[in-house]
Design a protein around this ligand. Structure first.
Ligand code: URA
Length: 255
């Protein structure tokens, strides 16, 4: 698996220097070519004006990490520090995410981390439907180009958007789902948002437990859409059978 530890920083530097990147087009099979297409998408997103957040953001937070990752995290939206640096999850919630990843033996540069919204909502308010709709194509193309086997959704907004369900995170967290994303079978793992655990530290253990399930999941290949009985479906069923009962707490980032 190719690694790219500081994708956003290095691509921003190239973009500012006007360095050439690959032409956009249909998704390439080769990981190197897909990475170049991701770079092109990064350049396009960097001066996006599709929604009113373009007027208030400092930097677009495209995403960062391994452009060929098996595991892709989707958070909600950049906060103040992310908006300043142009990188996702670099504030307190990001420190907890980094620690949780470390707990399952992963570094940030082995996964891809991004958000539902690429620009900060003023005052960290909830994403608005028009913003989610405007930004969704970027997320879809990121999934299409990175081709993860597992998408971990952090909190309510990411979970509802990716699962296409109205069920809130407190009901569905910790239980892997099987979806077709960008035409490929993908395990979707709904997780509490780390910011929720910062507000309510008792949820950190819940997150740790769910990361343990995630750790198992990323060793598996999602079964194909044909639905044939495979060893992987057994793994999905086993993972689903062992998840703890969801917490009842209702916080801003839960639902
Ligand atoms: N930082 C992010 O990048 N996303 C979130 O959802 C929260 C903090």
């Amino acid at each position: 698996m190719a690694r790219c530890s500081d994708f956003a920083s290095s691509e921003r530097a190239k973009s500012e220097r006007g360095q050439a990147v690959a032409e956009p087009g249909a998704v390439a099979a080769d990981p190197g070519a897909r990475r170049e297409q991701l770079v092109e998408l990064y350049r396009e997103a960097s001066d996006c004006t599709r929604c009113p957040l373009a007027e208030t953001r400092t930097k677009v937070v495209f995403g960062s990490g391994n452009a060929d990752a098996d595991l892709l995290f989707v958070g909600e939206a950049p906060g103040a520090e992310e908006d300043r640096q142009g990188l996702p999850f670099v504030g307190r919630a990001g420190s907890l995410l980094t620690e949780l990843l470390g707990g399952i033996g992963l570094e940030r540069d082995e996964v891809w981390i991004c958000n539902v919204l690429k620009c900060r909502p003023p005052g960290n308010r909830d994403p608005q439907p028009i913003e989610i709709e405007s930004c969704h194509p970027y997320l879809e193309q990121q999934i299409d180009l990175i081709r993860p086997r597992v998408v971990a959704t952090l909190g309510n907004f990411a979970t509802k958007l990716i699962s296409g369900s109205r069920e809130g995170i407190t009901r569905v967290r910790g239980t892997p789902q099987l979806h077709t994303l960008a035409g490929l079978p993908v395990f979707v793992m709904p997780l509490l948002h780390p910011a929720a655990a910062l507000r309510n530290p008792s949820l950190v253990d819940t997150l740790r437990g769910d990361f343990a399930v995630l750790s198992d999941l990323i060793t598996q290949h999602p079964p194909d859409a044909a639905g044939t009985e495979t060893e992987d479906e057994g793994v999905l069923a086993a993972a689903q059978a062992t998840v703890p009962v969801p917490e009842a707490d209702q916080l801003d980032l839960l639902g």
